[in-house]
Design a binder for this molecule. Structure first.
Ligand SMILES: Cc1ncc(COP(=O)(O)O)c(C=O)c1O
Length: 374
């Protein structure tokens, strides 16, 4: 049992031991901004994800912003986004001045519902501007990308994959990020690989790759050369890249540990009444373990009482179109019932490769007790 001073945290960030010495060396040499370590991280990442061109950036949000800028998405364009996701996915759409079209999600894997996407694409068949599909591999679950690509082709859409949570995840034995024009990854501390803040924007298209490099580097291709158009500064730092390089070294082992932990949860949770487990999938990296509670259970009360007992459980993401800003701008949206349900009844359980059956037993025992008390 936890004593009152200890807490079972939602996750522990993975900070590779080897990075301490290397970061010290880099700092001693005065290597701070984008340099050899960033270049190595980009090349190691490309090898790992099997993507031709990778650019290290300051966050997953920066990667998404750059992707839309590279495709020149702006005022007349529409972007199909899942309704249940982290706000970055839609924030960048608003920031470039395009209009988001909210798509409901699958109740079991929390990713974009492709049947709903199909019907929305038909509704916007004659839209005069560009059409972009921005799917999310939610919590690392690999979305059915062959079907999505077929829809994109039939409807002449670009695809930007939000793979923020999905490093290492595979669909049909292919790493995610290879099913789109541009893919975006995040290395926030909750992700399977972390660089503190940080991200990667990746593509198999050399023209887009060059454009992305210029956009993230003040408009220059490298150093101060070949200026063509204005850009931003979204570069990664050397210290971040060192964390990334070492984080990649044992990534597959750590994903396997997560898959084992997921099995422990599946086994222990199946006999608890009132909860629904997520869909299992061999290609899932299990960045997050989110379950939903039946409507009779008061989710917020449960989250509070478990946190008071030292078990750090949190609500999941939001139904984006249900946020006040989007209701005011686009009106209320009756078309996303699954997203609304997951947003109001979802909980993320403590989960990371540093945890084992011991932590799972503690969570499940307390969860069951509290559900029965509420
Ligand atoms: C689905 C999704 N997209 C984008 C992001 C943004 O990544 P970052 O926090 O690195 O900006 C996140 C981060 O949690 C995310 O979960």
């Amino acid at each position: 049992m936890l004593n009152k001073y200890s807490m079972l945290y939602l996750y522990k960030p993975h900070i590779p031991k080897k990075s301490f010495d290397d970061i010290k060396k880099a700092l001693n040499k005065g290597n701070l901004v984008y340099g050899d370590n960033c270049k190595k991280f980009e090349s190691d990442f490309s090898n790992y994800q099997n993507i031709k061109y990778s650019h290290a950036v300051s966050s997953g949000t920066a990667a998404l912003h750059l992707a839309l800028l590279a495709l020149e998405v702006s005022n007349d364009d529409i972007v199909f986004v899942p309704d249940f996701t982290w706000s970055s996915t839609v924030n960048v759409v608003e920031i470039v001045g395009a209009t988001p079209i909210f798509i409901d999600v699958d109740i079991n894997n929390y990713c974009m519902d492709l049947n709903h996407l199909d019907s929305k694409l038909s509704q916007y068949e004659n839209h005069p501007g560009q059409k972009i599909i921005l799917p999310v591999h939610q919590h690392g679950y690999p979305l059915e990308m062959k079907k999505l690509k077929k829809l994109a082709k039939e409807n002449k859409c670009f695809v930007v994959e939000d793979a923020a949570c999905a490093i290492g995840s595979e669909f049909s034995n292919t790493k995610v990020g290879n099913f789109s024009d541009i893919a975006c990854f995040s290395f926030h501390p909750r992700k399977v690989l972390t660089t503190g803040e940080g991200g990667m924007v990746a593509t198999n298209n050399s023209m887009l790759s060059k454009k992305l490099r210029r956009l993230l580097n003040h408009g220059f291709l490298s150093d101060m050369k070949e200026y063509k158009f204005p850009g931003l500064n979204y570069r990664m730092t050397e210290s971040q890249a060192i964390l990334g390089i070492h984080g990649l070294e044992d990534l597959d082992e750590r994903i396997n540990l997560r898959r084992e932990l997921k099995n422990e949860y599946f086994e222990s949770l199946q006999c608890i009444k009132g909860i629904n487990l997520p869909e299992d999938n061999l290609g899932h990296n299990w960045q997050t373990f989110l379950i939903t509670l039946d409507n009779l259970i008061n989710r917020d009360e449960l989250v509070n009482s478990l946190n008071n007992k030292g078990i750090n459980i949190v609500k999941g993401s939001n139904s984006l179109s249900s946020l006040d800003f989007f209701i005011k701008k686009y009106g209320s949206n009756p078309e996303v019932p699954n997203s609304v349900f997951i947003s109001s009844q979802g909980i993320s359980l403590p989960f990371c490769e540093a945890y084992s059956k011991k932590e799972v037993d503690l969570v499940v025992e307390n969860l069951e007790k509290e559900i029965n008390n509420i």
